[in-house]
Design a protein around this ligand. Structure first.
Ligand code: FES
Length: 117
């Protein structure tokens, strides 16, 4: 008898608790997205996506490693008014309207529109 393989939702992380927090809107790679107030950027992205980013050289999927700001595996790039600024997704709280770029295309677009000081 064949066993049914459960379908996995798109997100790497599944929210099991604290689902009653206030929703928080942000932009992920140019698309509107929703997380919950108090989420880190890493949590917000990984509840929507199977990976946080791609490795710069090997292009392998990355999802953070230490989750405490030490390994630097979770750098993402901001778009919008802070275009091109990089931050550690695991140790940064998501802010309303934050524009997060995790794909090479989104990062290239954000840095192309970066305002020079
Ligand atoms: S996951 Fe290690 S610094 Fe963010």
């Amino acid at each position: 008898m064949a066993h049914a393989i459960p379908l996995l939702p798109a997100g790497q992380l599944q929210r099991l608790k604290e689902q009653g927090r206030q929703p928080l809107q942000f932009v992920l790679n140019g698309q509107p997205a929703q997380a919950l107030q108090g989420d880190t950027v890493l949590t917000a992205v990984l509840t929507q996506s199977a990976q946080l980013r791609s490795h710069e050289f090997a292009h392998s999927p990355r999802a953070g490693f230490c989750m405490m700001g030490a390994c630097q595996d979770c750098w993402v790039t901001l778009g919008g008014e802070q275009a091109g600024r990089k931050l550690r997704a695991c140790s940064t709280l998501l802010q309303p309207g934050m524009q997060i770029c995790t794909t090479a295309e989104a990062v290239a677009q954000a840095t192309a529109t970066q305002v020079q000081p």
